[in-house]
Design a protein around this ligand. Structure first.
Ligand SMILES: Cc1cc2nc3c(=O)[nH]c(=O)nc-3n(C[C@H](O)[C@H](O)[C@H](O)COP(=O)(O)OP(=O)(O)OC[C@H]3O[C@@H](n4cnc5c(N)ncnc54)[C@H](O)[C@@H]3O)c2cc1C
Length: 407
């Protein structure tokens, strides 16, 4: 059947905007409804892995991101207890296998902003802010979606399909009664951004770093500042179980956290700080009738390894191709089941497995196990073939290849 109604997207975050560009380029009309009144300056994701950059390149987005972001071919693992660098992985070693042999540091809010800057002038690129999706009804050949506006009035929109790109607490997933099994970590994570240039003080620090420590593991990544500002170093560390957001974000506590990492007399200049509740969950299905899920509405994971948004972008690109075919009457509706089979497996077998393993690797408490893990990591980095195999897993290259093979 050839559809007439637009695809309705709940949310205008990064996954929604990539899906919107992919549908737009295939001539499929859409309406994206975003509850906020403007794009959110969201300091979560920044790392884009090689297959993701390739997908964004196909959509005409990568060149802008590369020009404005930071290329990071190398990443390092450190032992925070003994102040020792353990391992270095160089994506340049994969240059014959991938088009973009580096991780690109470019924050998710810049991606959303860029999409709107590039496409927002066209009325067909229909993104509506201050529209909170509150519910929907499915029928055989359409969906009816309810959105509440800033003034409290309610609009009902008719669509062909509804895609939930509305994050971990997705109203669409809940409304469709789709299970979101998994667990939430007892400790929250805090991200602190500082302008203090750590590379000037320790040349072992790369753009992307992971530090192992039994009590306070750490991720440390550099991102490019806004045009008139210096670059920012983002620390992500676990909070104590039971520590409140207010306690963790107090000036004293943030300074103490940063000074434990790198002692200095003066205080750090803090650009921003955010506290996150972190879970590992995957939706039982990514499609139910005319309702689809992509991004955090379908799966959430810890940020160690930078995989959540990458997986969400892989969902969006995969889904757009299938949904466009179905919408145009050129493909069977069964393609939407294939979307679930492919992306559900990518989520559980790659992203979930890898991020859980990444956290265990960094937080190991048993001293003997800890030494063994660090020694294994070092040995793997020193063996070219093992290092390449590791990077294929950690950069989601294997995930994309395995997904494509599912029929
Ligand atoms: C500290 C941290 C660091 C991270 N770093 C990385 C990284 O480097 N790489 C990576 O790949 N991932 C990373 N992630 C994960 C990444 O941030 C998420 O996977 C990503 O934001 C998911 O994008 P999304 O568009 O699916 O959801 P979101 O970014 O949550 O966007 C959802 C959008 O929907 C809107 N919305 C919600 N409900 C409604 C509604 N009812 N109606 C209308 N609009 C609605 C929201 O306002 C929002 O704009 C990190 C996460 C954290 C916590």
């Amino acid at each position: 059947m050839v559809e007439r109604d637009p695809v309705i997207i709940s949310g205008a975050g990064p996954v929604a905007m990539v899906l919107a560009v992919a549908l737009y380029r295939q001539g499929v009309p859409f309406i994206a409804l975003e509850m906020l009144d403007e794009p959110f300056v969201d300091q979560r994701a920044a790392s884009h892995h090689p297959p993701t950059i390739a997908m964004l390149n196909e959509l005409g987005l990568a060149e802008h991101m590369i020009a404005e972001g930071l290329k990071s071919p190398v990443y390092r693992f450190h032992d925070r207890v003994d102040h020792e660098m353990i391992a270095e992985f160089d994506l340049g070693d994969l240059k014959d296998e991938v088009e973009f042999p580096y991780v690109l540091q470019y924050e998710q809010y810049k991606l959303v902003r860029k999409v709107i800057e590039l496409f927002g002038h066209d009325p067909a690129f229909d993104v509506r802010f201050s529209h909170t999706v509150t519910g929907f009804e499915q029928f055989d050949d359409h969906v009816m979606v309810k959105a509440e506006l800033a003034d409290g009035s309610v609009e009902t929109l008719r669509g062909s399909y509804l895609v939930g790109c509305d994050g971990g607490r997705s109203v669409v997933r809940k409304g469709a009664g789709i299970d979101f099994a998994g667990f939430t970590y007892p400790e929250k994570f805090i991200k602190i951004g500082t302008y203090f240039d750590l590379t000037a003080h320790d040349d072992r620090i790369a753009i992307r770093n992971y530090f192992s420590h039994p009590d306070e593991w750490c991720n440390l990544f550099q991102v490019k500042g806004e045009p008139d500002k210096p670059d920012i170093w983002r620390f992500v560390v676990p909070m104590r179980v039971g520590e409140t957001e207010e306690e963790a974000k107090s000036e004293e506590s943030m300074q103490a956290r940063l000074k434990r990492f790198f002692e200095r007399d003066q205080n750090y200049e803090i650009a921003y700080a955010n506290v996150y509740t972190v879970s590992q969950r995957v939706a039982s299905t990514f499609n139910k009738g005319r309702v689809l899920l992509a991004g955090d509405s379908a799966h959430v994971n810890n940020p160690i390894g930078g995989m959540g948004l990458n997986g969400g972008i892989h969902d969006a690109v995969n889904l757009a191709e299938k949904l466009a075919a179905v919408w145009k009457g050129e493909g069977d509706v069964e393609l939407l089941d294939l979307y679930t089979r492919q992306r559900h497996q990518a989520s559980t077998e790659f992203t979930q497995a890898q991020t859980i393993a990444n956290k265990k690797q960094l937080e190991e408490r048993d001293p003997v196990q800890r030494k063994k893990r660090l020694a294994d990591m070092r040995a793997m980095s020193e063996d070219k073939e093992q290092a390449k195999a590791y990077m294929r897993r950690a950069q989601l290259i294997d995930s994309v290849a395995a997904t494509a093979a599912i029929t």
